[in-house]
Design a protein around this ligand. Sequence first.
Ligand SMILES: [Zn+2]
Length: 537
Amino acid sequence: MRPNPHQWNVAGHSGVVRVRYKIYGDRVDGTYLAVDTTHAHINMPAALMWARGLEERPASVRFDLPPGQGWRVATQLYPSEAPHTFTAPNLQYLLDSPVELSAFMLRTFATSDLASGRQRPTFRLALHHYGTEAEADRLAADTEKIVRQSHAIFGEYPEYDAGTYTFIADYLPYASGDGMEHRNSTILSSSGALRDARQRKRLLGTIAHEFFHCWNVERIRPRSLEPFDFERANMSGELWLAEGFTSYYDGVILHRAGLWSLEETLADLAQTINTVAFSSGRQVRSAEQMSQQAPFIDAARSVDRTNRSSTFISYYRWGAAIGLGLDLTLRERSGGAVTLDDFMRAMWRSHGKSGERVPGRVGRPYDIAEVRELLGEVAGDRAFADAFFERYIQGREVVDYAALLEQAGLVLRKRAPGRAYLGNVRLDFGEDGATLESLAPFGSPIYAAGLEQDDVLVSLDDDPITSTAQMTAFLESHRPGDRVTVVFRRRDGRRVQAALTLAEEPWLELVPDEQTGRSLGDAERAFREAWLGGAGR
Ligand SMILES: [Zn+2]
């Protein structure tokens, strides 16, 4: 009997049921299934049936590989004596264990704890790509740098369940860009290639992000996601910490590892600040509330149009902005004695180092009240933690980044002071005007003038606007505060004339003192080094 689209009930059996099924998949990413002549790329929840009531039983999986292709198996599943046969101690672990079957390139390295040398996990990198062996070597070397800098933040590695951590990378022209964290492995997929320097930097960013998750999320885990319920949407108000702080750290780690230049790191931080400071979504929801939107966002988009571009800010970016603001604030108020690294270590000790040793389970997940309390302990000031949460996490205020960044000898300033601005909107220029391809953000000049998505902006002060060049010329010949006449055609064909007051382009850039003609002071240099300098570099 089939009571719903994803369930089969089997009645009248003797206690043994054998189910055979075929499944089709052609999406290479961190969620779905892809099988083709080059590989089988398996995310278990997209591929496996399971039986309710048997969740705690161990499972065994055998892969029959196509002969003569040189395929191997990369997975965090436990190896066994039998060829290509693996086990999982329970259903949660089984579903958490993606598998790549292909003729991938394999690199391994071991590192030990910097201080105690107690733990010596083995790291494996399984790389399925159309690049060279030399690119694989270089990727493994860079991954090792990322691993070491991440370790320096927490002071120890998690106890990986089978003693190893596996990076599974599919960099293929037909892959979708993604990264998915698991307890002892990650799936990294991209259509980017390692030979392209810019794409390579982005791929390293995803490696740093997903590896940080082996602490933050996979073990330091919000109660709202533990255990993960595979039968319904899981809502968490803590993704600003789980994803956002991870995003803050992936950039910091790449810089500490010497893989991103100061310029690249600052550009990323400026983009984070711009997104949070100037997105109209901040008028609608807090970072906690944005986190709760995840079931509508991450790999689950609505097919009809929504107002999301005006009402939503990514909890990755907003959380990264909170991480940056909190790190700099902690350093400021303690004279450098307390940092966000201390807070992450405290979270690790209180919640991540689980007393419970069930693979696939987290013994002491956190809730938001516990995070707040722990921040108070780390900062030595409960009132500070309460205020920070109320204003920046559960409220909608933005940290004063300019003042905080000055400590590191960094200037946060307008990128184009005095440049006239219509609003952050995507325009498609054509013969009869510029079509708004996105929503007009709340509070922007075009929004105030009454334009909306799909409207065609025909002219500004009688100048026709049919190309980027015309738009640029118009903005350059005007000043913020100028009042102009806009003519536009609504999507129902009506022609409208309205007054529009130009604003000033808001975007900020982050520039080191030494590039502004000033010299970098000793205190600022020391602050910057303590913050962005790497361990043991
Ligand atoms: Zn993430």
